[in-house]
Design a protein around this ligand. Structure first.
Ligand code: ADP
Ligand code: MG
Length: 288
């Protein structure tokens, strides 16, 4: 049977805005934690991106925005939400068909009878679209767009670190926990974050299955110690499930990520993980 103090622990955690899907995860967070792996967009960063620049090619600014907003209105990705919020274009959803989202890559569909693709440069490449004007700053996220097989421009989005991120990661370091950044975004964007927050390792350009592969390699190093993953996206779901403890957020996270996670933070703050560890350790001390 489960000792009573665990239920007190679960109750204490929920008062701290932390939901655990079972007492096992309290045990895992109370024991030795080898590493915590973090997604970037929406996890380390706020995920509410600001549009910084729009560059179009062979199409008007208005048309570009119209196509982009129509296709992105079918995605819950932070990038998509930021784009539709920023431009406030009136979207006629009935004119959008055959939408398919590719986690870690982008989204495609038919808009007003034309094939629209939005996502990474590599994603457009896979679809046979050559991107011949590239964003040079590299420090932010760029979404490239094609209409009917022709590259027609891009939008540059700036993201910002969550305010408590440096303190939270320093707190984890003081507990002897390694921290890693695992992102689907490109190397330069990952490095910009890594220049402000000190990680033990940084991995970029990852597809969902690549995040799992790296998590499994780190789990081998960890022996029996806990490896946790923190993420908010569909692309994080396989890694959330693969790690000992998957941690996600109640706000602005994909429902697939919250379903795959073991612990849900009701506040969008990474500092809550320190509370989770503290309460878990306390509960375990009481039991022993
Ligand atoms: P992260 O791991 O940092 O949260 P993702 O793996 O979710 O990032 O996405 C990786 C990249 O794929 C994004 O930086 C973006 O370029 C592209 N992408 C993903 N989803 C979309 C979308 N709905 N629209 C446009 N681009 C997208
Ligand atoms: Mg994310």
């Amino acid at each position: 049977s489960v000792p009573l103090s665990y239920f007190a622990g679960v109750a204490k955690l929920s008062r701290d805005s932390i939901l655990t899907k079972g007492t096992t995860y309290i045990d895992k967070m109370a024991g030795k934690i080898y590493a915590i792996l973090f997604d970037k967009t929406g996890t380390i960063t706020q995920g509410t991106l600001k549009v910084d620049k729009v560059v179009t090619k062979g199409i008007s600014h208005e048309e570009f925005v119209l196509f982009l907003c129509h296709i992105e209105s079918f995605s819950n990705h932070p990038i998509a939400i930021s784009i539709t919020n920023e431009f406030k274009t009136k979207v006629d959803t009935s004119s959008v068909k055959e939408v398919k989202e590719w986690p870690g890559k982008g989204i495609e569909g038919i808009v007003f009878g034309k094939k629209v693709i939005a996502g990474t440069k590599e994603f457009l490449g896979e679809k046979g679209v050559e991107v011949d004007i590239e964003e040079k700053s590299f420090l932010s996220t760029t979404v490239y767009v094609a209409v009917d097989g022709r590259f027609c421009g891009y939008v540059v989005l700036k993201d910002f670190l969550k305010p408590d991120i440096k303190d939270a990661l320093n707190g984890l370091k003081k507990l002897g926990i390694k921290t890693y950044l695992l992102t689907g975004d490109k190397k330069e964007a990952a490095q910009e974050v890594a220049s402000e927050v000190d990680f033990d390792g940084v991995f970029a350009n990852l597809l969902p299955q690549d995040k799992v592969k790296i998590a499994e390699d780190i789990k081998k190093e960890a022996k029996n110690a806990t490896v946790a993953f923190v993420g908010d996206g569909i692309n994080d779901s396989p890694a959330l499930a693969a790690c000992d403890v998957g941690i996600s957020f109640a706000q602005n996270a994909s429902s697939i990520a919250t379903a795959a996670a073991d612990v849900i933070l009701l506040e969008n703050s990474i500092s809550k993980i320190l509370d989770l560890i503290k309460v878990s350790r306390f509960v375990r001390k009481v039991v022993i």
